[in-house]
Design a protein around this ligand. Structure first.
Ligand SMILES: [Zn+2]
Length: 257
C-alpha cells in the first residue's frame, strides 16, 4: 500500500522510512525541489510530483468568467486553448525533470466562485458557470439559453433546466480531452485528483473514476464531509483511489476507498 507524505523540508526525508512511509509527494513548483529530489534519491524513495494545473496569478483573458462578467482570480478556464497549451507544457517540463514514481494532477477542472452568505439554493453553482469566449463557443446554440437560465437562477431559486445537463456533459468532455492530451504526452503514471470542487458544482462537473479509466493509474480525492466520502465510496472505482484527507491533513497515505 502506498504510504506517502507530502514533504517540503529536506530534513523530514531522513526519518520518513522509519516512520513507516514508503514514498513521498512534493510540489513540482517547490523552490527547493532539486534538494528534495537529491535527498529522496539518497534514500531510494519513490517520489510523486504534484502539479497544479490551470493556476495563473491575477486576471487574464483566460480567467473563468461568469454571466455577470465576474472573473475568478488566479485561475484559468480549462476550455481555453492557451490554458490547455500551458498545462501540456507544464506537464511535459515536470515529467522530464526527474524519474517520478507518478505525477499527481491537481485542479484539472472548472473553477467555481466562492460561495456568498446571501446565496440561495444553487445560486453559487449558476454564478460559477463559465461564459468565457471558449466556453460560449463550446455551448454552441445552447449558450444563450444557458446564460438566461443562469442569470435567473442567480436571482431566484429555479428548477433545473435541461441545458445545464448539456453544459455539464460538455464540460466533462473538455476535461477528458485535456487529460487525454496529458496522458499521450508524458509516459509517467498519472494520478488524477478529482471531485475537488464537489461542494460547489456537484460530482457531474468532475471526471468520474470511470471516465478517467485508461488514462490514469490512480485517482485521489479529498472529501470535505462524511457525506462526500460516502458518495465517493459508492462510485465504481476501476483503479486505486487514495483519500488525501481524514487521516492527517498533510498526509497522502493509506486509505484506499
Ligand atoms: Zn470558460
Amino acid at each position: 500500500m502506498l504510504r506517502s507524505l507530502t514533504v517540503s523540508d529536506p530534513q523530514q526525508i531522513d526519518s520518513l522510512q522509519d516512520a513507516g512511509f514508503n514514498a513521498m509527494h512534493v510540489e513540482a513548483s517547490a523552490p527547493n525541489l532539486s534538494i528534495l529530489l537529491e535527498v529522496a534519491a539518497k534514500h531510494s524513495l519513490p517520489v510523486y510530483g504534484r502539479i497544479r494545473l490551470l493556476a495563473r496569478p491575477g486576471l487574464s483573458d483566460t480567467s473563468p468568467t461568469n454571466t455577470l462578467g465576474q472573473q475568478v482570480e488566479g485561475a484559468e478556464c480549462p476550455s481555453q486553448p492557451l490554458a490547455q497549451d500551458r498545462c501540456l507544457q507544464l506537464c511535459e517540463r515536470v515529467a522530464a525533470q526527474f524519474p517520478w514514481a507518478g505525477l499527481q494532477l491537481m485542479g484539472l477542472g472548472f473553477r467555481s466562485f466562492p460561495a456568498q452568505a446571501t446565496d440561495h439554493g444553487d445560486a453559487n453553482f449558476y454564478r460559477s458557470i463559465c461564459f468565457c469566449a471558449a466556453c460560449q463557443y463550446g455551448y454552441g446554440a445552447a449558450g444563450s439559453i444557458l446564460e438566461h437560465v443562469a442569470r435567473e437562477a442567480i436571482e431566484t431559486p429555479s428548477p433545473k433546466h435541461p441545458t445545464v445537463d448539456t453544459m455539464l456533459l460538455w464540460r466533462r468532455s473538455v476535461q477528458y480531452g485535456l487529460l487525454r492530451q496529458i496522458h499521450d504526452l508524458v509516459s509517467t503514471p498519472l494520478c488524477l485528483h478529482t471531485a475537488a470542487e464537489l461542494r460547489y458544482t456537484g460530482d457531474r462537473s468532475s471526471l468520474t473514476f470511470e471516465e478517467a479509466k485508461g488514462l490514469v493509474a490512480s485517482c485521489s480525492v479529498d472529501p470535505e464531509s462524511p457525506e462526500d466520502l460516502a458518495r465517493l465510496t459508492s462510485l465504481p472505482r476501476p483503479m486505486p483511489v487514495y483519500c488525501t484527507s481524514n487521516i492527517a491533513p498533510e498526509s497522502f497515505s493509506g486509505v484506499i476507498l
